[in-house]
Design a protein around this ligand. Structure first.
Ligand code: SF4
Length: 448
C-alpha cells in the first residue's frame, strides 16, 4: 500500500537541510510519494524509516533483470510518463523468437545473428540481447535454451504454458535469470512457484487489462517483485492503448498491480517483416520492456535500436566524450593537431572525417559539458582563456612538439587571442567550418 506524502514526511528527519535537492523535507516527501524522487537522495533516512518507506519509495514500474553479464537486460524502474519530465531509465531489450518448429541450422543462424549484431552509435554500443525460446516439449525447450546460452550468451525468455517444462529448461541456467513466460489464470500458481523456487522473473499474460491487473495483484500478494506484463494486444491500436493505460495507471495512480514492465511480440502480429518493424517501433515508443522480432535483419534492427537510443537518451544530459587526446590513425610528432569540443556528435562527425582523410591526426577533445562548438563558444566555455590551459595541460606538446593547433572555422575570431594566451611560439591555425571539408583540408595541411 503506497504511503501519502504526509505519511512519508513523518518518517523523515525534518531538518529541511536541502541536501536531497528539495527545499524542504515536505517537498521531498511529496516527490517521493509521486515516484519522482528516490529515497537515497536523503542521507538521513534511518533504517527503521527505510523499512517503512521501502514499498512507498519503490519505483512505480518495478525493475526486472533478465540475463547476465554483458547480455543482461534491465528494464522498468520508470518514474515518468513523458521523457521530458525527467528521463526514461532503461532501453527495451530487443531480441528474436526461436521456436521448436525451426531446424537446427536455422536456430544456429539466428543465434549467430544475435551474437554478431552490434552497432556503435555515437560511442554507445547497441545490440539485441534477447532470445525468446518457444517449445511445447520440455526437453526441446531445455535443449534450445542451452544452445541460446552457449552460442549467444543471450538473455533468455522461456516460452511454454507448462510449468514443468519451464522448470526443466530454467533450472540449468537459473543463474542467468531467464524470464518464465507466462503465467495465466489457469497456471499462475504453478509458474509462480517455479519462479520462486529458482529465484527468476516471470511474465503474466491476459487478454484484458482487468484480468492482467488481477494477476498482477496476485503477484504482489505473493511478494513477487520481478514480473513482466503481456496484455496480448491484437492490433497496432491495442499496442498503443494497452501500453499507455498500463504505464499511466502505474505512474499517475501508483497502481502497483500494473506497475511492471511489459513485453511485446511484433513477430506474432503480422507476416510482413516491414510491417513488423513498424509494430516494433510502436512497442518501443510506448514503453515496452522487451520487444521480440522474427529475425535480426540489420536494415530493420539498426533503426529500431537507434530509435530506442534516442527515446532513452537523458534529455538533461548531452551525450559527451571524456576530455582528452584521441589519436586518429597512428599520428606522430609531425601530425596535425585539431581541437574541438566534447559533444559526442561533434566528436564522431569530426573523427570520422579525419579517418576518411587517411591523415593520422591528434584530436584534442575539450570538456565543455557536451556542447557543440558554437554553443560552447557563445556560453564562454570554448574560448581562448579556457582552450589555452586545456591544451597546455593536455600533454599534446610531448606528442606533437610543433606547437601548431587547428581550431574549428566557426570560431576563427578567437585565433589571435588564443595565440596570445598560448604564447611561447604557438601557431593557431583556422580550420574549416564544415566537417565534410576536413579531408581536403588535412590532405593539404603542411606543418610549414
Ligand atoms: S536531505 Fe533529508 S533531511 Fe534534508 S531536506 Fe531532504 S529530506 Fe529533509
Amino acid at each position: 500500500m503506497a504511503l501519502s506524502g504526509l505519511q512519508i514526511f513523518k518518517l523523515l528527519a525534518k531538518t529541511n537541510c536541502k541536501e536531497c535537492g528539495f527545499p524542504t523535507c515536505m517537498a521531498f516527501a511529496m516527490q517521493l510519494a509521486a515516484g519522482k524522487a528516490e529515497l537515497d537522495q536523503c542521507p538521513y533516512v534511518s533504517d527503521e524509516a527505510k523499512a517503512a518507506l521501502g514499498e512507498a519509495s519503490a519505483p512505480p514500474v518495478r525493475k526486472v533483470t533478465v540475463g547476465a553479464g554483458d547480455m543482461a537486460v534491465t528494464v522498468g524502474e520508470e518514474t515518468v510518463l513523458y521523457r521530458h519530465e525527467k528521463r526514461f531509465e532503461h532501453m527495451p531489450g530487443l531480441g528474436i523468437l526461436i521456436t521448436d518448429e525451426m531446424d537446427e541450422s536455422q536456430v544456429g543462424s539466428l543465434l549467430a545473428q544475435l551474437k554478431q549484431t552490434v552497432f556503435n552509435y555515437v560511442g554507445v554500443t547497441l545490440r539485441p540481447r534477447v532470445a525468446a525460446i518457444k517449445a511445447a516439449d520440455g526437453a526441446r525447450l531445455t535443449a534450445l535454451a542451452a544452445r541460446a546460452d552457449a552460442e549467444a550468451g543471450a538473455a533468455i525468455i522461456l516460452m511454454s504454458d507448462d510449468a514443468d517444462a519451464l522448470k526443466s529448461a530454467a533450472e540449468p541456467i537459473k543463474d542467468k535469470k531467464p524470464l518464465l513466460y507466462a503465467a495465466t489464470e489457469s497456471n499462475f500458481d504453478a509458474v509462480s512457484a517455479v519462479a520462486k523456487e529458482l529465484d527468476v522473473p516471470f511474465a503474466i499474460k491476459a487478454d484484458s487489462l482487468d484480468r492482467l491487473a488481477e494477476l498482477g495483484q496476485k503477484a504482489l500478494d505473493g511478494d513477487f517483485k520481478e514480473v513482466v506484463l503481456d496484455p496480448l494486444p491484437a492490433s497496432l491500436g491495442d499496442v498503443l492503448l494497452d501500453n499507455t493505460i498500463i504505464r499511466r495507471a502505474a505512474i499517475k495512480k501508483t497502481f502497483r498491480a500494473l506497475g511492471f514492465p511489459t513485453i511485446g511480440f511484433p513477430c506474432d502480429m503480422t507476416g510482413d517483416r516491414m510491417l513488423e518493424a513498424v509494430y516494433a517501433s510502436v512497442f518501443i515508443a510506448k514503453y515496452s520492456g522487451f520487444v521480440i522480432l522474427s529475425d535480426l535483419d540489420p536494415a530493420r534492427v539498426m533503426p529500431l535500436l537507434y530509435l530506442s537510443q534516442n527515446i532513452y537518451t537523458d534529455p538533461q544530459r548531452p551525450m559527451q566524450m571524456e576530455q582528452g587526446i584521441y589519436p586518429v590513425g597512428e599520428p606522430g610528432p609531425e601530425s596535425p593537431v585539431l581541437v574541438t569540443t566534447n559533444f559526442s556528435l561533434t566528436y564522431f562527425t569530426v573523427s570520422s572525417e579525419v579517418e576518411a582523410s587517411k591523415v593520422p591526426t591528434w584530436l584534442c577533445i575539450m570538456d565543455v559539458e557536451g556542447q557543440s562548438v558554437l554553443t560552447a563558444w557563445a556560453a564562454g566555455k570554448f574560448v581562448a582563456d579556457a582552450i589555452a590551459p586545456f591544451l597546455k595541460k593536455s600533454g599534446i606538446e610531448e606528442k606533437a612538439p610543433h606547437k601548431k593547433v587547428i581550431i574549428p572555422g566557426y570560431v576563427a575570431q578567437i585565433s589571435g587571442e588564443l595565440e596570445e594566451e598560448l604564447g611561447d611560439g604557438w601557431d593557431v591555425q583556422v580550420g574549416v567550418r564544415e566537417a565534410a571539408d576536413i579531408p581536403k583540408f588535412l590532405r593539404q595541411w603542411n606543418p610549414g
